[in-house]
Design a protein around this ligand. Structure first.
Ligand SMILES: C[S@@+](CC[C@H](N)C(=O)[O-])C[C@H]1O[C@@H](n2cnc3c(N)ncnc32)[C@H](O)[C@@H]1O
Length: 190
């Protein structure tokens, strides 16, 4: 749960980089609970989070993650990474200031080359610079373990053609209970 100060910090980052942050408020509990229910936590060794922002998903993921697993959270915004480093002390969490496009080299460094069992993405695909979303999608497919899954939450279906270019097993639905209604996607490798 975020404080008012956290919401203001997030909003300030949105004003600085609207296209990179892509949303004025952090994601809601409804979306968090729905997406994380798709995860087989007992079989998860490496979990990757793209665009953690203020840690909306980071804490709930750590609450569910096994003691020997690791969470690698990657964000292009240095302020978000610094905030998370100050706010969360957990040896399972690796914070990386960088781009999701570099997931393969980041896994080589942070997970000893192990593939990702799950990647969750909070990236604003519809406002990323042209080509960046496609590059991230292809790199993510390569970085996932067979049977691994990419979990995405978005406020439109913009990401669907990008997903279909890299994955064949895709499920998605709209969460009407969320305000505004949010699309959640689960794309499985293999
Ligand atoms: C909509 S915010 C999501 C924040 C948080 N996960 C949530 O759900 O409230 C998008 C986040 O993606 C980050 N971001 C944008 N492009 C990125 C990229 N190429 N790689 C990693 N993070 C990126 C932004 O800095 C921002 O933290």
């Amino acid at each position: 749960m975020h404080s008012i100060a956290d919401h203001l910090k997030f909003f300030r980052q949105f004003l600085r980089s609207p296209k990179m942050v892509g949303s004025v408020i952090p994601t809601s509990q409804i979306v968090i609970d729905h997406l994380l229910a798709a995860v087989d936590w007992s079989a998860t060794r490496v979990f990757v989070e793209y665009g953690p922002g203020m840690g909306t998903f980071t804490r709930p993921i750590l609450d569910r993650l096994g003691p020997d697993a690791r969470l690698i959270a990657i964000d292009t915004c240095r302020d978000f990474i610094d905030h998370l480093g100050d706010a969360i002390a957990d040896p399972r969490l690796r914070l990386v200031h960088g781009s999701a496009a570099d997931i393969e080299s980041i896994l080589a460094e942070e997970a000893g080359g192990l593939p990702a069992d799950y990647v969750i993405s909070g990236l604003p695909f519809s406002t990323l610079p042209p080509g960046v979303g496609d590059g991230i999608m292809a790199a993510t497919e390569r970085a996932l373990a067979p049977g691994g899954a990419l979990l995405i939450y978005q406020y439109s279906t913009f990401v669907l053609p990008l997903l279909r270019r890299c994955f064949t097993n895709i499920r998605y639905r709209r969460l009407w209970r969320n305000v505004p209604p949010c699309f959640v996607f689960v794309a499985r490798k293999g």
